[in-house]
Ligand binder design. Sequence first.
Ligand SMILES: Nc1ncnc2c1ncn2[C@@H]1O[C@H](COP(=O)(O)OP(=O)(O)OP(=O)(O)O)[C@@H](O)[C@H]1O
Length: 571
Amino acid sequence: MSDPWNTAAQDDPWGTGGGDSGPAEDANNNRPGGKGCFTCGEEGHRKSDCPQGGAGGGDRKGCFKCGGDHMAKDCEQPDKCRRCGEEGHRVAECSQEPQTRVVDNEDGTQREIYVPKERTEEQLFDTGISSGINFDKFDKIPVRSTGTDTPKPINDFSEANLRSLLLDNVTKSGYTRPTPVQKYSIPIILGKRDLMSCAQTGSGKTAAFLLPILHSILESGCESNMGACPQTPQAVIVAPTRELAIQIKDEARKFSQGSMLKCVVAYGGTSTGYQLGTLSRGCHVLIATPGRLNDFVEKGKVSFENVRFLVLDEADRMLDMGFMPAVEKIVTSGSMPPKGERQTLMFSATFPGEIQAAANDFLVNYVFLTVGIVGGASSDVEQTVYEVEKFGKRDKLIDILDDKSPTDRMLIFVETKRNADFLATFLSGKGHPTTSIHGDRLQREREEALQDFKTGNKPLLVATAVAARGLDIKGVARVLNYDLPKSVDEYVHRIGRTGRVGNLGKAYSFFDPSQDSDLAPGLVKILSESDQVVPEFLSNFAAGAGAGFAGNDGFGGKDIRANDTEDADEW
Ligand SMILES: Nc1ncnc2c1ncn2[C@@H]1O[C@H](COP(=O)(O)OP(=O)(O)OP(=O)(O)O)[C@@H](O)[C@H]1O
């Protein structure tokens, strides 16, 4: 019988179609362990380039066990498991868990095939941040929705008629009341409407889309789908970074615990074979970064034919210049139901007008929901901006560190990957246990760095923008913009890693006039809107920069549709 998950694939370490770690990881047809061409057994080329023919349609097929001129099934050598290396069974029958391993590349270098560790069910309930002293103030934040026939908000989770299993898990997560974005978004999504939802960082947007989606899928009854190929998830959630995708998957697993529902994550830098193996066991909700998602669709392992919900988390980041082509590819993929047939949901704390215009193409008759100021900073974050020139930054950082308890966690943002490593080494040398996260680190190192930071083993984390969005980490008391970002929206996301769900936090920023003067007007606006002290030097730079700033436009932001006033409710 043919095996759609390719369990006998020659280049498949987990029996599921591949195991490399880059986005196009299975495209190379590398032999296990990198030992030569599959067709002729020679090293130095791939089977697709083999002069004897091969992947390109040639009829010679070298045995993947011994390299001989016959099919593997006719080989006299015993089967050897590609996972544990033992004879007598194949990978599909192996009882050992897949593990991270290092393989040789054709060019003599090595690469790591990373298999992440799954959180246990109990650990899932341990990760969320407990609500803080200002949680009740959330209810005072003005909420506005525009669009026709907008479903009315709920005041309590019980009013949403969610499945009891979900309500139990919400209670087990420590949620007593919905946050404003949850009060409004849950009934809108349950009312089968498209939604563009904008609410401040750390205000519970993840549960706002997960709960109604999980409810709807559970209501319709979820088949196991075990072994089906392609897998046909009912919900696809796209996130801009790997760590955010993992976090959303863990939240989805947490809320659906005790049900048949399968929530699977797919992201780059990790063994595709391992991820496909997980996927092959069934998938109702797929959370993914765009590159890996498109890769799986192209490989025929995922089809969107059953998609009822498409979520773009951090929607503005998903639709900015860098991500737009990948997102368009997902949305226009042949199997994706057209807008109107699927529900499309977008969430972020920032929504610039041009991004709303782009988003318009993906939504139909949508509700535009704003909780507070579009693009506004959380008022629970105390913001301080220092004027510091490039060469004064390190001393100023040490001053700030000396002023904090050594166990307080602080997230330090820098602009370049090189500087992240450099600063982490410098701080470690000064006796401050520090780790770093950025795009040049191996995925295993990235996840280990986050874990070290979360546990407090390394209370300082130096990061590039990769950690700016969505990450929800307990006990982050302070954020420092060692280098300020280029846009004020990115500033809002960065400082939003602290001061979450009603907890208080502090954000420091080093304003270097030679680099950051264009940001001054935007910063002044953000600081003023969130009742922070605006330093005189910053006002002066802002006045000098003139009208260069085109940021948000105050409370409620603006629904870019012409009928902004139609059926507008303000609460
Ligand atoms: N109703 C609630 N009661 C208490 N805690 C909640 C509630 N809803 C969410 N939380 C917790 O609040 C924290 C922040 O939630 P979440 O990460 O969804 O925020 P967000 O709005 O998506 O933030 P960001 O814009 O930074 O991505 C999480 O730890 C979550 O578990």
